[in-house]
Write a protein that binds this ligand. Structure first.
Ligand code: HEC
Length: 111
């Protein structure tokens, strides 16, 4: 197979995968792991995509966090447990490698 043919095949496959799985197909593996963490732990209250309103209207959609502070600054909070003072948000703690993935995912919402 020629190089051009191979690349076209890969691009077509990526386009099909993108249509099937939505935005997550454009994410790196780390970003996808971060998204999975958000989906499992945060999505019942926070919007974790680029368009939806949060299921719990009080909870800021994750795509808006970077307007308030650089999302990197959440790393300490994620390691120590986010405590926003809001009783409906459970305390939550991540391992260091999960924090990197999670922040990478948050950053992916900015592009
Ligand atoms: C049960 C609902 C609920 C879940 C689950 C939840 N949150 Fe929240 N979160 C909230 C609410 C409500 C607020 C707004 C709190 C406030 O403004 O006092 C909030 C606020 C936040 C903020 C903004 C804090 C600030 O002061 O800027 C961050 C960051 C955040 N949540 C991260 C997370 C992460 C990460 C997860 C998943 C690990 C998560 N939340 C899961 C309800 C939730």
């Amino acid at each position: 197979m020629s190089v051009i043919g191979w690349r076209t095949t890969v691009l077509a496959a990526a386009a099909i995968a993108g249509a099937a799985t939505g935005a997550s197909a454009q994410l790196s593996p780390g970003e996808q792991r971060g998204r999975a963490l958000a989906l499992a732990n945060c999505a019942r209250c926070h919007a974790i995509d680029k368009v939806s309103p949060s299921p719990l209207s009080l909870a800021p959609p994750f795509r808006t966090l970077h307007r308030r502070y650089p999302v990197e600054t959440l790393d300490e909070a994620l390691a120590e447990g986010i405590v926003t003072g809001h009783p409906s948000m459970p305390e939550f703690r991540l391992e260091p490698d999960q924090i990197g993935d999670f922040i990478a995912f948050l950053k992916s919402l900015e592009r």
